[in-house]
Design a protein around this ligand. Structure first.
Ligand SMILES: CC(C)(COP(=O)(O)OP(=O)(O)OC[C@H]1O[C@@H](n2cnc3c(N)ncnc32)[C@H](O)[C@@H]1OP(=O)(O)O)[C@@H](O)C(=O)NCCC(=O)NCCS
Length: 266
């Protein structure tokens, strides 16, 4: 196993690489156990702490650029053929733990705010089997966290979950099923408790004004001020679906009118 404690351009004889232009010496630890693993970090980063364990082969970790938001602290376990992609301006208050195994991926969008003590786990760490069939019952599954998502303190996101843009995950919530955009998802398992919400980064006591009663007190990230679109229920603003709905309603009216006419005649 090769252990690296400086973030800088690196390559070993088993095809493991770090792609980064610069040098960071504090709070870095990258372990390469297998072959052909790649850690790629944008030049303009804001990494406060980075631990990466490439346990197997063909793993990839990509971390996007960061500017004007607090730093990122992450401990990332990368399994066989797994990928972790972290977008731009992703921050975390303390170390966020991420785990992938068995070809899964974790994708985190841009401008994601991660509170203390959170976990993002595509796998359970150990296998569970059905006693009768011997089949695996807890397959590792990929995770997608959209843009401008806020994970509250102690939140856990489990395998197979997609979280839509602009969504907030409540404190100590365990997200086991996907959440749509612009909702508050809370509880264990997390359920949608509020819809059509938007959050902003300015801190209530650290960033003025110190009372923020309406949206006029913050700079809106307008791209994420969007109504919630439920899965399988297309937004009314989407032209093609709106057109299809109008056509269906027109046909239904015509069928009803025809049925009415037939009833009156008999
Ligand atoms: C998610 C959160 C921001 C939502 O706040 P809110 O919009 O004011 O939500 P409300 O308090 O009105 O709660 C709405 C419902 O969700 C439930 N709920 C809210 N947060 C919950 C949580 N973390 N776990 C379980 N249920 C929760 C409430 O009980 C309420 O249920 P009800 O309608 O049945 O009474 C807040 O609850 C939270 O978790 N705050 C902590 C944020 C954090 O981690 N900050 C750290 C610094 S980044």
């Amino acid at each position: 196993m090769n252990r690296v404690t400086t973030l800088e351009a690196y390559e070993d004889d088993r095809g493991n690489r770090i792609e980064f232009s610069g040098t960071v010496e504090k709070n870095i630890r990258v372990k390469f156990k297998g072959r052909n693993n790649v850690l790629r970090v944008a030049t303009q980063h804001n990494i406060a702490q980075l631990f990466v364990d490439f346990d197997c082969d063909d793993g990839l970790v990509e971390i996007g650029s960061s500017h004007g938001v607090p730093g990122l602290r992450a401990a990332i376990r990368v399994g066989d053929g797994c990928q972790v992609r972290i977008g731009k301006n992703v921050s975390s208050t303390t170390t966020v733990a991420m785990s992938t195994a068995e070809g899964t991926s974790i994708t985190i969008g841009d401008d994601v705010m991660i509170a203390s003590d959170t976990q993002i786990r595509a796998d359970d760490g150990h296998p569970i089997f059905d006693v009768r069939t011997g089949k695996r019952v807890n397959a590792a599954r990929s995770i997608v966290i959209g843009n401008h998502v806020w994970l509250g303190l102690g939140a856990c996101v489990l395998g197979g979950v997609t979280i839509g843009d602009g969504t907030v995950v409540g404190m100590r919530s365990v997200v086991t099923r996907s959440l749509p955009n612009n909702v508050v998802g809370a509880g264990s398992p997390a359920k949608v408790v509020k819809r059509n919400v938007a959050w902003e980064r300015p801190h209530l006591t650290l960033d003025p004004p110190y009372r923020k009663p309406t949206a006029a007190s913050v700079k809106k990230s307008t791209a994420y001020w969007t109504l919630t679109v439920d899965p399988g229920r297309p937004s009314r603003s989407r032209g093609i679906y709106a057109g299809a709905r109008r056509r269906t309603r027109r046909r239904l009216r015509a069928v009803r009118a025809m049925a009415d006419g037939l009833t009156r005649r008999t």
